[in-house]
Design a protein around this ligand. Structure first.
Ligand code: KG4
Ligand code: ZN
Length: 335
C-alpha cells in the first residue's frame, strides 16, 4: 500500500509517499526559513499562507519523482497536531479533501509520535517496547512506548526545550536560525572546558529537564566577551558539551531503572552528531538496541507522517468523518 503523508505543523512543508510493501519512501521537503529569517522567528500567518502556496505543487512534483499516479495512492496521512493552528489546518484540509475525492482512507497523526516512528524508515526494524527521547525545537520528552499510540511520559522540560536553548544561544551569538546546526559547526573549532556551564537538575532523582538557567548563564557569559570568532567557537563547544552530558546522564539512569532493551532518539536535535554518538555509546555499553532516524529524517519531514499514517491504516484505524479538525496541543500520552 502506498501512503501519501504531509507535514505542515510549523514552517516546513514536507510531502512523502511510503510504500508498506517495499518499506521504501520518496519525499520532498521545502523549508520556509528564508521567509521568517528577517523577522527573527516564525510568523504563523506567513507560515500558513506559504503552505497553501506550496503543498499542491510539491505533491505533484513528488508523484513525478516517485513515478507514481495519483490512483496508486491507497491511503493518506497528515499532521493533526501539535503545531501552529493555521499551518495544521492547511495540511488537514488538503489531505482530507484529496482522500474524500479519491474515496481512500485518511488519518491525522501526532507529530511527536511521527518523530519517533521515523526511526523505522531505516532497514533495522523498530520493536516495542522502547524508551524514547524526543528532542526538538518545541519539545523535550523522555517516554516509554508500549505500542502504536501507547506512551507514558517519564519526564519533560520544565521550561525551554533543548532545541530552543540551541536556537536562543545561536541568536545571541549572531548565528541565525535554526541554531542547532550552526552551534554544532562552530563547536568543532572550540576549546573544550574553557567555560564551565551549570548542568541543570544534575544529581536530582528526576527524569525532567530544565534549560532556561543554562541559557541565562550562557547569556551572562556572552555579555562579558568581545565575541571574537574563537569566543563563539568556545561558547558553542561548552553549550553542546553541557547539553550532551545532561541528556546522557538522564538517559543512562532511565535505561538502568526501566530496563528497556531498545532506545529511540528522535526530533530535530537528534540530528546532532555528538549527541547521536554519545547515546549510541551509552546503549552499546548497556547492551540496549539504539535507534535513530537518518539525519534528514530527524528534523520535520513528510516521511515520518507517511510511515506513521501507514501503521495506523494497516491496523484499520482511519478517520472517516468529513470534519476538518486539528489539535494545536496534543500530548503524546493522550492519543
Ligand atoms: O523537530 P524539529 O525539526 O522541529 C520541531 O518539531 O521543533 O526540530 C527543530 C530543532 C531546532 O531547534 C534546531 O536548532 C534543532 O532542531 N536542530 C539541531 C540540529 N539540527 C537541528 N540541534 C542541534 N544540532 C543539530 N545538528
Ligand atoms: Zn518536529
Amino acid at each position: 500500500m502506498k501512503v501519501l503523508g504531509v507535514e505542515t505543523s510549523c514552517d516546513d512543508t514536507g510531502v512523502a509517499i511510503y510504500d508498506t510493501g517495499s518499506h521504501t519512501v520518496e519525499h520532498i521537503l521545502y523549508s520556509q526559513v528564508a521567509i521568517h529569517t528577517k523577522y527573527g522567528g516564525i510568523v504563523p500567518e506567513l507560515a500558513s499562507r506559504d503552505h497553501v502556496r506550496k503543498i499542491f505543487p510539491l505533491v505533484e512534483k513528488l508523484l513525478e519523482k516517485s513515478k507514481c499516479q495519483l490512483d496508486d495512492i491507497a491511503g493518506c496521512a497528515y499532521t493533526k497536531g501539535p503545531g501552529l493552528m493555521g499551518s495544521l489546518l492547511v495540511g488537514a484540509s488538503f489531505i482530507k479533501s484529496l482522500a474524500w475525492s479519491m474515496d481512500i482512507p485518511c488519518i491525522g497523526v501526532n507529530h511527536l509520535e511521527a518523530h519517533f516512528l521515523a526511526a523505522d524508515l531505516q532497514s533495522k526494524r523498530l520493536n516495542y517496547p522502547f524508551l524514547g527521547l524526543l528532542v526538538s525545537g518545541g519539545h523535550t520528552l523522555l517516554v516509554e512506548c508500549y505500542g502504536l499510540g501507547r506512551y507514558t511520559v517519564l519526564g519533560s522540560t520544565l521550561d525551554d526545550a533543548v532545541g530552543e536553548c540551541f536556537d536562543k544561544t545561536a541568536k545571541l551569538l549572531g548565528l541565525g536560525y535554526p541554531g542547532g546546526p550552526a552551534i554544532s559547526k562552530y563547536a568543532k573549532a572550540g576549546f573544550p572546558k574553557r567555560f564551565n556551564f551549570p548542568k541543570p537538575l544534575a544529581g536530582k532523582q528526576t527524569y525532567d529537564f530544565s534549560f532556561s538557567g543554562l541559557k541565562t548563564h550562557v547569556k551572562q557569559t556572552v555579555e562579558k566577551l568581545e565575541k571574537t570568532q574563537q569566543d563563539i567557537c568556545d561558547i558553542s563547544r561548552a553549550l553542546e558539551d553541557t547539553i550532551v552530558t545532561v541528556i546522557e546522564k538522564r538517559v543512562q539512569r532511565a535505561l538502568a531503572d526501566k530496563k528497556h532493551h531498545s532506545f529511540v532518539l528522535a526530533g530535530g536535535v537528534a540530528a546532532n552528531t555528538k549527541l547521536r554518538e554519545k547515546l549510541q555509546e551509552v546503549c552499546a555499553n548497556m547492551e540496549v538496541n539504539f535507534y535513530c532516524p537518518e539525519q534528514i529524517f530527524c528534523t520535520d519531514n513528510g516521511a515520518m507522517v507517511a510511515i506513521t499514517g501507514a501503521k495506523y491504516l494497516l491496523d484499520n484505524v482511519a478517520d472517516d468523518s468529513l470534519a476538518i479538525s486539528v489539535l494545536p496541543r496534543w500530548p503524546l500520552d493522550q492519543l
